[in-house]
Design a protein around this ligand. Structure first.
Ligand code: CA
Length: 243
């Protein structure tokens, strides 16, 4: 399992990144100080370092300097709340591979992580995600249902993409919120339910199961409705009240 080191002293952001990476099949270690980041990065066990610039004990750029000075070549993605170009340029000159300005959506960070890891999935990654009659072209950003093109807003597209990347998986509201809306969104918000309703209207209600008390699941409405565990999944009956 690919291990990613996260150096971030803000717990909420660290947890947001770790949770998202776990959902994508990565293992993570979270540290809050630059000292620990340097020590762990030097073990050579990490495929990538996500490095916040404002750490508790030292500047992230100093962490980067120290790592590069000793020939540690681990790819580094800098997280910065500092929006100035100077900081970014300094970061890249110091040997960072990429940077993310806070706040960011998880999918944006994930795209950069995949790019830096150059994992086989990334190289061979399909540009079209399909599930049953649903077809989403990531390159042209077009959504089709049984070859019928559907207009989606940017947010609807991001939500549809998240479902199509995890077909058949139960996705919690919290997961969907952090993947599509980012960590700055109020966890008590019902925006996920609202947007699932939009998708049901546009793509067909039967594609999205409500999993009571948890969240939603993308199903192939045209296939036989039983799960791999052999449990029967109740067909969607046209009620879309929040679970
Ligand atoms: Ca910080």
């Amino acid at each position: 399992m690919t291990q990613i080191l996260i150096a971030e002293d803000e717990e909420r952001i660290a947890a947001f990144i770790a949770k998202g990476l776990h959902a994508e099949g990565f293992a993570t270690s979270v540290v809050a100080t630059g000292r620990e980041a340097i020590d762990l990065a030097r073990t050579g066990e990490y495929a990538l370092l996500v490095l916040d610039l404002g750490l508790a004990d030292m500047d992230g750029l100093d962490v980067l300097h120290q790592l590069r000075a000793t020939g540690e070549a681990v790819p580094v993605i800098i997280l910065t709340a500092r929006s100035s170009v100077t900081d970014t340029v300094t970061g890249l000159e110091s040997g960072a591979d990429d940077y993310m300005a806070k706040p960011f959506r998880f999918e944006e960070l994930l795209a950069r992580v995949r790019l830096r890891l150059r994992t086989p999935q990334q190289v061979g990654e399909a540009t079209t995600l399909t599930h049953g009659p649903l077809q989403l072209d990531l390159r042209t950003r077009r959504m089709k249902v049984a070859d019928h093109e559907i207009d989606l807003s940017a947010r609807e597209f991001a939500l549809a993409e998240t479902f199509l990347r995890h077909p058949g998986h139960v996705l919690s509201r919290e997961q969907l919120l952090s993947q599509v809306w980012g960590y700055d969104f109020d966890p008590g918000s019902n925006v996920v339910d609202v947007y699932v309703r939009y998708l049901r209207k546009k793509l067909g209600a039967a594609h999205f199961d409500t999993v009571r008390g948890v969240g939603y699941r993308l199903v192939d409405a045209t296939a036989t409705r039983s799960t791999s565990q052999g449990r029967h999944v109740a067909p969607y009956r046209g009620h879309d009240a929040p679970a």
